[in-house]
Design a protein around this ligand. Structure first.
Ligand code: SAM
Length: 287
């Protein structure tokens, strides 16, 4: 049962449909929206980060896989990439955004299914009809949760003993252009106001409860990303989060200038701009 629905038609649709028990506060608030623009951004993000997903997953996934879970799958790009990389009998993507799940379901694949659900809720509420997973993947989600360790503990209920959990989260970003550096400062500040952490990738190893998981691998993958494509992604994000109530105290003129600067970098006026990116990675084994 959902408290309210979100019209998919317009870019201003930032309302996330949440079960009644979740609708009250900004705790667990997803800062970057789920409108059409956000979905477009996640498509570009998925293209840009596919090589790092593929390298990580290929190195750590056991074979064969019976059931792979993609926690907070957005419009399903990561789920489809995982299904292409890992031969799995069954792949399930879960997300709490109805527009994203609707999008994901528009491109069906025989072994891939999507469902609406809050991944902070226990297995019996979200996926009781699904078999326990032997692989779980999650990317760019824990950064949005004020209690990421609690989510990991909850996910133990989704997993079979010996199952592998694969997590990827941003550890650090350094832009060679001052506009990018400033953007990262502002987003880190806004996320902090929501009780979230932009550099979640640096904190992954501290999250798992040792009674539930063994840590098999913890590390950072470093690579360089094109500044124009990153600026484009950030600009799409900025268009959403500048309307966030907790961003109301930020300098509107500065945000407008930042928007113009990011647009210029995205338009390839900063052809030599790069982002040095570090992805935090954690591989867990369910006890
Ligand atoms: C930055 S997107 C990442 C999507 C995908 N994992 C990827 O890497 O492209 C974060 C996703 O987390 C989802 N999300 C945030 N909090 C959630 C929650 N409590 N339950 C389910 N999904 C959630 C959002 O709807 C959004 O799709």
């Amino acid at each position: 049962m959902f408290a309210w629905d979100c019209e998919v038609r317009a870019d201003r649709c930032d309302t996330v449909p949440l079960p009644d028990h979740d609708k009250t506060t900004t705790r667990g608030h997803y800062t970057f929206g789920d409108n059409r623009m956000a979905a477009r951004r996640l498509q570009r993000l998925a293209d840009l980060f596919r090589p790092s997903l593929e390298a990580f997953v290929s190195a750590h996934v056991p074979r064969p896989v019976a059931h792979l879970l993609d926690m907070a799958c957005g419009p399903g790009h990561t789920t489809r990439q995982l299904a292409a990389i890992v031969p799995a009998a069954r792949v399930t993507g879960i997300d709490h955004s109805r527009p994203f799940i609707n999008d994901a379901q528009r491109s069906p694949l025989p072994n891939v299914a999507f469902r609406l659900g809050d991944i902070r809720r226990p297995h019996r509420e979200v996926a009781a009809d699904l078999p326990p997973a032997d692989v779980l993947y999650s990317r760019f989600l824990l950064t949005h949760l004020p209690e990421p360790g609690d989510a990991l503990s909850t996910w133990a209920g989704y997993l079979a003993p010996g199952a592998v959990g694969l997590l990827q989260e941003t550890a650090a970003m350094a832009g060679s252009h001052p506009a990018l550096a400033r953007y990262y400062e502002l987003v880190a500040d806004l996320q902090q106001r929501h009780g979230q952490r932009l550099d979640m990738g640096r904190g992954l190893a501290a999250l798992p409860d040792p009674g539930l998981y063994d840590v098999r691998y913890s590390g950072e993958r470093r690579f360089v990303l094109p500044g124009d494509r990153m600026a484009e992604l950030h600009r799409l994000n900025l268009m959403t989060w500048r309307h966030d109530p907790l961003a109301a105290s930020l300098d509107r003129r500065e945000l407008a200038t930042l928007d113009v600067e990011l647009a210029a970098i995205a338009g390839n006026h900063g052809a030599d701009v790069v982002v040095e990116y570090s992805m935090g990675e954690l591989v867990l084994v369910r006890r």
